[in-house]
Design a protein around this ligand. Structure first.
Ligand code: HEM
Length: 226
């Protein structure tokens, strides 16, 4: 098939995974098997998909470091943009379906619930990354592009904090329904640790790197700096 020739298996997997949340929701809505609390369910599912895609975008560089898999580096933008798409849907559900665009009530809720302030900061920090993720902005912003995109190291932990805090437990006492956000936090911490230059150099020296990448003779393993 022509379309399958145009895309790599990884690209197809990413697009299928990204759209799966919406497709699944539509199927459940059409078959009447969706939650009895549909607005909350929509809010939660889109939020979870947004954070998962964000964390997956941070897995790309470690995968390249470990296995020399260069293609994943080209897929970071797609994952990031899908994350922004789901975060936008998540916010629209909150302001429109949940709060009916009652802005004064929304403002009161935002300031009453600190986890929503954290979510809003995360969202507004994510927007410039999405907008400037295209090559034209890379050229325009020069060195500042990298600086701007490094804010993802702050954005992702903020998203995890928003997730954990939205649960009715106590993050600090490890009580309530915080097992899942805790797993996200641990996975994210591992991905971020793998970016520390010393750790990265060690990982790049492992034999696993030759799985996708065969360095030329006398060539030092090259570590992508982004
Ligand atoms: C203005 C920005 C945002 C607002 C107003 C907002 C609002 C909310 C609300 C009200 C909930 C609680 C839903 C419930 O359990 O009843 C929630 C949960 C959540 N949000 Fe956000 N959010 C925002 C941004 C974000 C962003 C940027 C992300 C991820 C990148 C995100 C990810 C999540 C996740 C993972 C949950 C928990 C889902 C679950 O309980 O399984 N949110 N958000």
């Amino acid at each position: 098939m022509k379309i399958l020739n145009r895309y790599t298996p990884l690209q197809i997997a990413i697009h299928v995974y990204a759209w799966s949340a919406i497709v699944w929701i539509i199927i459940e809505l059409l078959t009447g098997t969706f939650s009895i609390n549909p607005i909350q369910e929509l809010e939660q599912r889109t939020g979870r998909h947004a954070i998962t895609l964000l964390v997956l975008s941070l897995l790309c560089t470690p995968l390249n470091t470990l296995f020399g898999w260069k293609e994943v580096l080209k897929r970071r933008r797609t994952l990031g943009l899908y994350s922004l798409l789901y975060a936008t849907i998540h916010v629209l559900i909150f302001v429109h379906l949940d709060y009916g665009l009652a802005w004064s009530l929304i403002a009161r809720t935002v300031f009453d619930k600190p986890y929503i302030i954290v979510g809003a900061i995360t969202f507004f920090m994510l927007i410039p990354l999405g907008v400037t993720s295209f090559d034209i902005w890379k050229i325009r912003l020069g060195k500042n592009w990298k600086r701007l995109h490094q804010t993802v190291y702050l954005i992702a932990p903020l998203a995890v904090l928003h997730y954990a805090w939205s649960k009715k437990g106590d993050i600090f006492a490890l009580s309530g329904d915080i097992a899942r956000p805790l797993i996200y936090g641990i996975v994210l911490a591992i991905f971020l640790l793998m970016r520390i230059p010393a750790v990265r150099k060690f990982l790049a020296s492992l034999p696993t790197r030759s799985l996708f990448h065969t360095p030329k003779k006398n060539q030092e393993p090259k570590v992508d700096a982004s």
